[in-house]
Design a protein around this ligand. Structure first.
Ligand code: G6Q
Length: 544
């Protein structure tokens, strides 16, 4: 399918967009708004309980039409259908990409290699549900007969960022009598700080690793076992009551000594960074309970259905993806800031960093040839209003173009005096300031001394999207995550890359395996790296 496509930059819509782009050298957002009094309402979209105002973008209706045409000429429709059909669209790993099956309701069919995978998904969900319920109710006892109060998820990358983000995002719904912690880094500090005040007899570790072969996770899991056994009198039978595993690799789980009755599986068609709604979400389910977890899955599913069925010009993830392509490829913007105005979403930008950059940080097309345009923009952000007092300066008055996604809610989960109105007023004010700025004349009229005027001018014309939802529920979180998953998919489809592999993380891993014995060897090893690496290894050996 993709091989029949012409090269990206040769597509008629790409060329049309290139010439259309020059319109925005003359017209800024202020003028575009002046031209059409209804622009704010017209350029917004209300779908499945999310409201997107995309009017403050450097676009006209024609831009949207051309971008949609680009999506069509890039085969986006076919790629969406292909993903939902279970085709092996992760070509470099020869795998289907079917995270959408993780949230398919019972009875729906999704086929991988001729097999309907939905029943398997629900079987695992039911087992997770029973396990989570027995932990939450106190029925599950640790080895010394005490109930579990502390859950520690050990995992890294896709087996960590989703669970941490979801726990923080849904903390409002979590069982407050329990503690939830997350250990990912191979730096011992992570493990030591997470466990220092905990009683092993009340602690359950969930070792989350798709492969069960990841250096960081296995190192932390071994330290966890040592810590547990030390605290429980050294009886290795304690492991069965204090360890669960989430993995695709039962053999390795058993080798580690975890009872496979406490193992929850998933499948190779779930990418790590697309797995927070699989068994990798076990800590989330224990925190918020199976019912809320199911609501989250329903949220994911409604976004999947919207993505699969809505026409591109009314499709939230498609629109967001196309806007990213627009700035990335036609304005040279290198980043996208994601700015959630909700403290519970404080780890959402970190989660999105992996989702977006591991997916679309690619330099070759599906055919293995160099991509003809820039790919994956850098995603970053912090929750509002904190960012306003640090890096927003650069967004408002710096020399770079940084499109922003603001996310906020009509209702805060912790109503307290005027807080929520103040919070939301800041979202609207920031987007307004970015778009319309402040002219020299306005600054002058304020009586500003002549020499300070240039410093106080805001050029404006800085684009942003505003996403609004009712409140941060599990269902809304599911919708938001799926929104960005499919946004990433859309961008990847335009560039014609494999958004589902991650070969870029391999080289460093391999080199570290060579360096580990060179650091640990009691006898000075012969070093055959470059002169910098050799010197650093020698220095470390001398000074550690
Ligand atoms: C995600 C990546 C990566 C992965 C981690 C952990 O898409 O594949 O971040 O999740 O390397 O891998 P394991 O779950 O196999 O330990």
């Amino acid at each position: 399918m993709t091989s029949q496509l012409s090269q990206l930059t040769e597509r008629p819509s790409w060329k049309a967009l290139q010439s259309h782009r020059s319109l925005f050298n003359e017209k800024n957002l202020k003028e575009l708004f002046a031209q059409d009094q209804d622009r704010g309402k017209k350029m917004s979209l209300d779908a499945i309980g999310l409201f997107l105002d995309f009017s403050k973008n450097r676009i006209t209706e024609e831009t949207v039409q051309l971008l949609v045409k680009l999506a069509e000429e890039s085969g986006l429709r076919e790629r969406i259908d292909s993903m939902f059909r279970g085709d092996k669209i992760n070509i470099s790993e020869n795998r289907a990409v079917l995270h959408v099956a993780l949230r398919a309701p019972k009875g729906e069919k999704m086929i991988v290699d001729g097999e309907d995978v939905v029943p398997k998904v629900h079987e695992v969900l039911e087992r997770m549900s029973c396990f989570a319920t027995s932990i939450r109710s106190g029925e599950w006892k640790g080895y010394s007969g005490k109930s579990i109060k502390n859950i520690i998820n050990i995992g890294i990358g896709g087996s960590d960022l989703g669970p941490v983000m979801a726990y923080e995002a849904l903390r409002f719904y979590s069982k407050r009598s329990m503690n939830f912690r997350f250990v990912s880094n191979v730096d011992a500090t992570d493990f030591v700080e997470a466990t220092r005040d905990l009683d092993p007899s009340e602690t359950l570790f969930i070792v989350s690793s798709k492969t069960f072969g990841t250096l960081e996770t296995l190192t932390n899991a071994h330290s966890a076992r040592d810590w547990l056994l030390k605290g429980m009198g050294g009886d290795s039978k304690a492991v069965a009551k204090h360890f669960a595993a989430v993995s695709t690799n039962a053999t390795k789980v058993a080798e580690f000594g975890i009872d496979t009755a406490n193992m929850f599986g998933f499948w190779d068609w779930v990418g790590g960074r697309y797995s927070m709604d699989s068994a990798i979400g076990l800590s989330t389910m224990i925190a918020i309970g199976p019912e809320h977890f199911n609501e989250m899955l329903a949220g994911f599913h409604s976004m999947d259905e919207h993505f699969r069925t809505a026409p591109f010009e009314k499709n939230l993830p498609v629109l967001l993806g196309l806007l990213s392509v627009w700035y990335n490829n036609f304005f040279g913007a290198q980043t996208v800031a994601v700015l959630p105005y909700d403290q519970y979403l404080k780890r959402f930008p970190a989660y999105l960093q992996q989702l977006t950059m591991e997916s679309n940080g690619k330099h070759v097309t599906l055919e293995g040839t160099a991509v003809s345009a820039e790919t994956g923009p850098i995603y970053w952000g912090e929750p509002g209003t904190n960012g306003q007092h640090s890096f927003y300066q650069l967004i408002h008055q710096g020399t770079r173009l940084i499109p922003c996604d603001f996310i906020t809610f009509y209702k805060g989960l912790n109503p307290l005096g005027r807080h929520h109105d103040l919070l939301v007023s800041n979202v609207f004010a920031q987007a307004e300031a970015l778009a319309f700025g402040k002219t020299k004349e306005q600054v002058q009229a304020e009586g500003t001394p002549e020499t300070l005027i240039p410093h106080r001018v805001f050029e404006g014309n800085r684009p942003s999207n505003i996403l609004l939802a009712d409140s941060l529920t599990p269902e809304t979180l599911g919708k938001l995550v799926a929104l960005y998953e499919h946004n990433v998919f859309t961008q990847g489809a335009i560039w014609g890359i494999d958004s589902f592999d991650q070969w870029g993380v391999e080289l460093g891993k391999v080199l570290a395996q060579k360096i580990i014995p060179e650091l640990e060897n009691p006898i000075e090893p012969p070093l055959q790296h470059d002169s910098s690496t050799n010197n650093l290894i020698s220095l470390y050996r001398k000074n550690r």
